[in-house]
Write a protein that binds this ligand. Structure first.
Ligand code: ADP
Ligand code: ZN
Length: 812
């Protein structure tokens, strides 16, 4: 199908008679069942989705209009660009890649010019004109336009959506916002006010409590996004006079103030040197290639990136370094700032104006090195020479809204278009990358030795089924044993502290107890909007849904059977901290998770306290798994290695292996020898066994065999089609119809359709969810051939809402 069938941008003819539904394959799309009630008024199709689904009218004979016309991509889920007349006065100035303001139905929208034409089939009367050129020169260059095309095809979104994902927020609107909105609590407001709204206004309570905890102004948009709230609770609190909302000029990004020391090593280790030579050679040839840099933790991968970037800069080319959002710390950024003159930082927590400022500095060549989270892959670096993706296996590199791209693939494609070198770095590569390196598609570079020359610390597995378990303080009276700390862990921890060394305890789950369970009816307390149990948070005395962020006080009795028999099951980081304080009253214990680390400053303060040895034991989630480099840490305990293992996801084993390897990398980085303790109920699981032996290759080989048997990546490709609606009937019916339609549509293709079935999280934020899984071989890639049909699906259906996830990173 044509990737950009042009249609008129005028009102009534949007999708109808002029060229029919934008270029789909023959065969009727599934007839969405909505709209039967009220067909859209033919002259005012405000919502293109509605307009589009109108049955195509009788074909009109084409009339040709001549003049100067621009094709404009809009940020809408429609698979075409729109044609507008370019007014005479604009003709000399308009260029491809510029933003323009255009009329769209009743609205005025910002679009990007993607091409020009001198003739169109759209009748003159129906053509509309560009309203304004928003840029004096093109904002999006030809390379990024090509990349956007590729993204639209690969990830089944519209070209316009892909293009707009590349723009910083401020440029998606006609007027730039140079101010940010801050919100803070009044100094006189406190517990009394909180108590007033605790019962009746849980949303306001959540917001005010967070503001009081933070005790400093926060960016309103960022805060409400994190708490999953609209602006309404904040406005109501402002009306009460308890908080202030104010628009202020944005402050510079704190990440750009930091400079961490990273002395240039006197020499590189032979393996590092070999890797740098390979990358430099490729850079000098000026040809694209992708390298997988597989280097164990502490093997000096960052130094290799730095050397490659140095080489690129010397050749007059720029660089993009992508790291997982969570690893984008002042320390990481500082390493690059210490080495290079002009470093730009791009990430999602910046204010619009900060991001715009950075973006423009990159675009005009002032900053040649960009360090950022996934969306920085679109940074408009001129003469791009190298793209680095650190921790390439990280699931967070998958974007979870449209366009749902996998940053790794986009990075490779971006590098290919720019004839640049792409470096994928990891201690535990994704199975996909490992497989491609094995088969010669990527060049495989390995760093097998730690800089320190020490072997990696030994990993000891504690079988919680058989090992004695320490009795918890909170359970002494209750007489029930929870397998939280093994006696072995407690022994080693005590010894570690006696030696005045430091420890890290990892539990990949926040809150106090993930489950509140009734001993009477055996039911758990669940969220009313989501198919998940509520987590008890002790400090704030609330049950919290980790999916939708809703909170409520703990019921005195079981909400199902009213028995007074509710019990906390399991443990999150808060409980670990709590128990540890009871067990080791003299130890300085600190917790690091998203509940305690609300702001970047908290995070930095805690890390620096840990670095200064003002903390003995750091308890935490994901947040402490990565990048931390503290020489006095000699014990790392993984409280429950099985949490990720039982997720209904074919990558569960891979994630578990990666997590253990990563957390284990935090120990023994200094002079003293380190030790890792892994507590598990499944000590024989290959992920755990191989992780304990630091044997990535062994794990990957075994896992690869299983994946091949099941046809999962890297031996197959997947597309997940998710149906969501508040009305379960709609989901059931829509998903069934869609499955039947796809069966027919894909009859000639080698695509397996699994489902429909309820998604593992069958309800989320009040919407029921069912999904289909499409599976095919990677070659010939029939899924790619099916993409136009899928893209159509996501734009044609409005109820139930259809979500297409190509190469999904998670199956929940
Ligand atoms: P990785 O990212 O592979 O875990 P890093 O790049 O963080 O490892 O390097 C680990 C430590 O080794 C850092 O403190 C770094 O400064 C240091 N380092 C790296 N290469 C060398 C070298 N060739 N000589 C001395 N120190 C080095
Ligand atoms: Zn919920």
């Amino acid at each position: 199908m044509a990737r950009a069938s042009k249609t008129a941008a005028s009102g009534p003819s949007l999708f109808g008679p002029i060229d029919g539904p934008p270029g789909g394959p023959p065969g009727a799309p599934p007839k969405p069942k909505r709209r039967t009630k009220k067909p859209p008024a033919p002259r005012k199709p405000r919502d293109p989705k509605r307009a589009k689904a109108r049955p195509p009218g009788p074909p009109e004979p084409p009339t040709i209009t001549s003049g100067t016309f621009a094709d404009v991509a809009l940020n809408r889920p429609v698979d075409c660009e729109f044609t507008y007349r370019v007014p005479e006065a604009m003709v000399p100035h308009a260029a491809m890649g510029m933003r323009v303001a255009v009329p769209f139905g009743m609205l005025r929208e910002v679009g990007v010019v993607t091409g020009f034409r001198t003739e169109t089939e759209i009748p003159a009367a129906k053509l509309k004109s560009l309203m304004r050129l928003l840029d004096a020169e093109p904002l999006i260059g030809p390379e990024l336009i090509e990349l956007a095309r590729w993204i639209a095809e690969r990830y089944a979104c519209s070209f316009g959506e892909a293009l707009h994902a590349m723009l910083p927020g401020a440029l998606k609107r006609e007027r730039e916002r140079v101010r940010t909105t801050l919100v803070w609590a009044h100094p006189h407001v406190g517990d009394a006010e909180l108590a007033q709204i605790a019962e009746k206004h849980p949303k306001q309570h959540r917001l005010l409590r967070t503001l009081l905890e933070v005790g400093a102004p926060m960016e309103l948009r960022d805060l409400t996004r994190r708490l999953n709230l609209s602006f309404i609770p904040a406005r109501t609190l402002a009306k009460r006079g308890w908080v202030t909302i104010e628009r202020v000029p944005a402050a510079p990004d704190p990440l750009l103030v930091s400079k961490s020391d990273r002395p240039r090593p006197k020499s590189l280790l032979p393996e590092q040197q070999a890797a740098v030579d390979a990358l430099s050679g490729q850079l000098e040839r000026g040809e694209h290639a992708t390298f997988l840099l597989e280097g164990i933790t502490g093997s000096g991968k960052t130094e290799v990136y730095l050397a490659a970037i140095e080489r690129a800069l010397a050749l007059g080319r720029g660089a993009i370094v992508l790291v997982p959002e969570i690893a984008l710390t002042p320390q990481t950024v500082g390493w690059f700032r210490a080495r290079f003159e002009q470093v730009a930082v791009l990430h999602s927590h910046m204010s619009d104006s900060q991001r715009l400022d950075m973006w423009l500095r990159v675009k005009n060549g002032e900053a040649r090195v960009v360090v950022g989270a996934r969306s920085a892959v679109f940074a408009p670096v001129p003469d791009l020479g190298v793209v680095v993706l650190d921790e390439e296996h990280e699931p967070s590199f998958k974007q979870n809204n449209v366009p749902r791209y996998q940053t790794r693939e986009v990075a490779i494609e971006r590098a290919r278009i720019a004839k640049a070198v792409c470096v994928l770095g990891s201690a535990t590569p994704s199975l996909e990358s490992w497989h491609r390196a094995k088969h010669g598609e990527f060049r495989h570079l390995k760093l097998t030795r730690r800089i320190s020359g020490r072997p990696r610390p030994p990993v000891e597995i504690v079988d919680l089924r058989t090992q004695p378990v320490h009795v918890l303080q909170s359970q002494k009276q209750a007489g029930r044993g929870m397998k939280l700390f093994s006696a072995r862990l407690m022994y080693l921890l005590t010894k570690c502290l006696e030696r005045k060394e430091q420890a890290i305890l990892f539990q990949n789950r926040r809150g106090f107890a993930p489950v509140l369970w009734c001993g009477g009816c055996k039911e758990t307390v669940r969220c009313k909007n989501c198919d998940v149990t509520l987590t008890w948070h002790q400090r704030i005395q609330r049950l919290v849904c980790h999916s939708c962020c809703e909170e409520k006080p703990k019921p005195a009795n079981c909400p199902t059977c009213t028995a007074p028999m509710l019990r906390y099951l399991g443990a999150g980081s808060e409980r670990i901290e709590h128990e540890l304080r009871a067990f080791l009253p003299a130890a300085r214990v600190r917790r690091m998770d998203s509940d305690t680390m609300r702001r970047r400053e908290d995070y930095e303060r805690t890390l620096s306290a840990f670095g200064n040895r003002e903390i003995d034991v750091l308890v935490g989630t994901q947040m402490i798994a990565k990048g931390l480099d503290f020489p006095h840490v000699t014990l790392v305990g993984i409280i429950d290695a099985d949490t990720a293992l039982h997720l209904p996801d074919f990558r569960a084993a891979e994630r578990t292996f990666q997590l253990i390897a990563q957390v284990a990398g935090r120990a023994g980085r200094g002079e003293a020898e380190g030790r890792i303790l892994v507590q598990t109920l499944t000590p024989d699981h290959p992920a755990i066994r191989h992780a304990a032996q630091h044997d990535f290759e062994g794990f990957a080989k075994g896992e690869d065999v299983l994946r091949a048997e099941l046809g999962y990546p890297p031996h197959g490709r997947l597309v997940r089609v998710l149906f969501e609606d508040r009305d379960e009937e709609k989901v059931l019916e829509g998903s069934k119809k869609c499955a039947e339609f796809l069966e027919k549509e894909f009859a000639a293709l080698n695509i397996q359709i699994l489902g429909p079935a309820p998604a593992p999280t069958a309800m989320l934020r009040g919407r029921h969810r069912h999904h289909l899984l499409l599976k095919s071989l990677p070659a010939p890639d029939d899924l790619q051939r099916a993409m136009p049909v899928l893209r159509k699906l996501s734009t044609e259906f409005t109820r139930p809402h259809v979500l297409i996830d190509v190469d999904p990173a998670a199956m929940l």
